[in-house]
Design a protein. Structure first.
Length: 331
């Protein structure tokens, strides 16, 4: 019998999450049996930290539930011929060191995955964040060569891929981030223009970066940034609402300017989306992203925290923007 360590939501977050909102517990897992429901015993190797966990925990979780999240895990024991011991999978089983599965809710890493490539990328650039960028640009923004694309939180797991995919697609890319180091990183990976939104007038910086405006806006932040950016959109521009991290930790909802006037006069399209809409095309997206990474066309950066016991601290740090690229915990 295996004992798993798990992090549970002890108390729903009030404003910004605190380490005291979490509790570390141990759970005994049942043994696998021939003919039984549970076919796989898995051990988490890398755990993902993502902004969506903040609003989803409020919406979908009860106090005492195991924190939601995704991991790359290694198969320790298998009663399913489709899964061999030692193989690596992506699973959505929450903050756990070990777990059991019937095999229906896990995805094997692609057979073409090279040994030289970190498997943690299956949680970032070649995982859910990368797929969010891929489908958000192709299906929501519908970017075209020669257009100008704006992305905020551009040094994060999603935003950094958005900018690079837009460059592959022949677009001019403008990104913003919250530190000078992050801005330097954006320029290093090919952004045409990048600025630190904390040290500039946002309105002036957006105008300077693209005086003619923006065809596509990939929004990960919402709030005041979105209120300002919408006034810089070109006529018939498209806005993909991916996230709203500036709003997630507010105890009192923000009140901002209303968007209807610029939406009407510029005839803009704005659409919110969740990547799960394209679940049936997951293999397509993973294959394309893996190819671009292997070719060096999409570069990556990971912010890795060591130790399962540091999950809450790393989660809070990610929400504060302390990470460059994808935030991951190595168990």
């Amino acid at each position: 019998m295996v004992t798993a360590k798990v992090w549970v939501l002890k108390k729903h977050f009030e404003g910004f999450p605190k380490t005291s909102d979490f509790d570390l517990k141990k759970i005994e897992l049942p043994n696998l049996k021939d003919g039984g429901k549970w076919k796989l015993l898995l051990e988490s190797v890398f755990l993902s930290l993502d902004p969506y966990m903040r609003p989803y925990s409020q919406r979908d979780m009860k106090e005492g539930d195991i924190m939601i999240g995704t991991q790359v895990a290694r198969i320790v024991e298998s009663k399913n011929r489709a899964f061999t011991v030692g193989a690596f999978v992506v699973a959505n089983s929450g903050w756990r060191t070990h777990f059991i599965s019937d095999g229906k809710d896990v995805h094997l890493l692609p057979s073409s995955w090279p040994e030289s490539l970190p498997r943690s990328l299956a949680l970032g650039t070649i995982g859910m964040p990368g797929l969010t960028a891929y489908f958000g640009l192709l299906e929501v923004c519908k970017m075209k060569p020669g257009e100008t694309v704006l992305v905020n939180a551009a040094a994060g797991a999603v935003g950094s891929v958005v900018g690079q995919l837009a460059k592959i697609g022949g677009c001019k890319v403008v990104g913003c981030a919250g530190s000078d180091d992050k801005v330097a990183y954006l320029k290093k990976i090919g952004f045409d223009e990048a600025f630190n939104y904390k040290t500039v007038s946002l309105d002036e910086a957006l105008r300077k970066a693209s005086p003619d405006g923006y065809d596509c806006f990939f929004d990960n932040v919402g709030g005041e940034f979105a209120n300002t950016a919408i006034n810089h959109m070109k006529k018939y521009g498209r806005i993909a609402i991916c996230g709203a991290i500036s709003l997630y930790n507010d105890s009192v909802p923000q009140k901002g300017p209303y968007m209807q006037i610029p939406m009407i006069f510029k005839e803009l399209q704005m659409e919110g989306f969740l990547v799960h809409r394209w679940y049936n095309r997951r293999e397509e997206g993973v294959k394309a992203l893996l190819k671009w990474v292997m070719e060096g066309k999409v570069k990556y950066h990971e912010h890795i925290t060591e130790g399962f016991e540091n999950m809450p601290m790393a989660f809070i740090g990610m929400l504060k923007g302390e990470n460059l690229g994808k935030a991951v915990v190595k168990v």
